[in-house]
Design a protein around this ligand. Structure first.
Ligand code: ATP
Length: 254
């Protein structure tokens, strides 16, 4: 079997909200165990593309698409795709930390419990592993049964990352994960993203170009629904090939 180095790939992906086209002929390849950033001005389609990868756009009425989306080489746009399983493998972290109104512990083991795990020892082990993986274990290990919403915003976001890790994903999609956080909490999440790529593939949408430059290995620049340029982050930021990319990263628009 051909070695598959891309975790995700789209081919001629076109997406419509009703009659409005939000993605136009997007061909992108997201390498495994790397951090890929999607950048571009507001409304260019970054979040829409991110949501395609775990079929979150299915939840939006009137949304339709054509073209291919491949997950480790397998088509995932068809009816036969098990979307629940897909979302387990491809987790998502949102702009606003959104812990459930439950304890820290209950938040982390929520996914495994929903998927049928009952054994307390196993759940405890998953909670510890996931919280460690999200670099928040030391801060919460003595108060696992306190309310999650009592944590700071940055801690809540790391808890949400732990909740994503608890169902054993291999890809983590992040939609502006730091935009609601202060600089210290942001730095912790950025460090965490760098650690996560050892085990996971990360795709991050960000408005913050410095953040894209700091955390990502590859960057895609989008503009008006198109992927204008995709390359290593150093090429995109230091010697982009497209004038539009250069204009954007030098702050001439956006
Ligand atoms: N649920 C929706 N229904 C209809 N149109 C939508 C929906 N979500 C996004 N759009 C439209 O699709 C286009 C792309 O939006 P999207 O949110 O993907 O862009 P973005 O680059 O992530 O923007 P931002 O940086 O502002 O979050 C925009 O024109 C937007 O108005």
């Amino acid at each position: 079997m051909k070695q598959q180095n891309n975790a995700l790939e789209t081919q001629t992906l076109n997406l419509y909200y009703g009659s409005t086209q939000a993605l136009i002929d997007v061909d992108i390849q997201i390498p495994k165990n790397k951090v890929t950033a999607l950048i571009g001005p507001s409304g260019c389609g970054k979040s829409t593309l991110l949501r395609c990868f775990n079929r979150m756009n299915d939840l939006i009425p009137d949304c339709s698409l054509s073209g291919s989306i491949l997950y480790h080489g397998e088509e995932i746009t068809g009816r036969s795709t098990d979307v629940v399983e897909l979302r387990k493998r491809i987790g998502m972290v949102f702009q606003q930390p959104n812990p459930f109104p439950k304890s820290i512990y209950e938040n982390v083991i929520y996914g495994p419990k929903v998927h049928g795990m009952k054994d307390r020892k196993e759940l405890d082990a998953i909670a510890e592993k996931s919280l460690k993986g999200a670099a928040i274990w030391e801060e919460v290990k003595d108060r696992l049964h306190d309310a999650a919403r009592g944590l700071s915003g940055g801690q809540q976001q790391r808890l949400c990352i732990a909740r994503t890790l608890s169902v054993d994903p291999d890809i983590i999609l992040m939609d502006e994960p730091c935009s609601a956080l202060d600089p210290i909490a942001t730095a912790k999440i950025e460090n965490l993203i760098t650690e996560l790529k050892e085990e996971y593939t990360v795709v991050i949408v960000t408005h913050n170009m410095q953040q894209a430059a700091r955390v990502s290995d590859y960057t895609g620049f989008m503009y008006m629904g198109r992927l204008i340029e995709f390359d290593t982050t150093s090429v995109i930021f230091e010697r982009p090939k497209e004038e539009l990319t250069e204009n954007y990263i030098t702050g001439r628009f956006g």
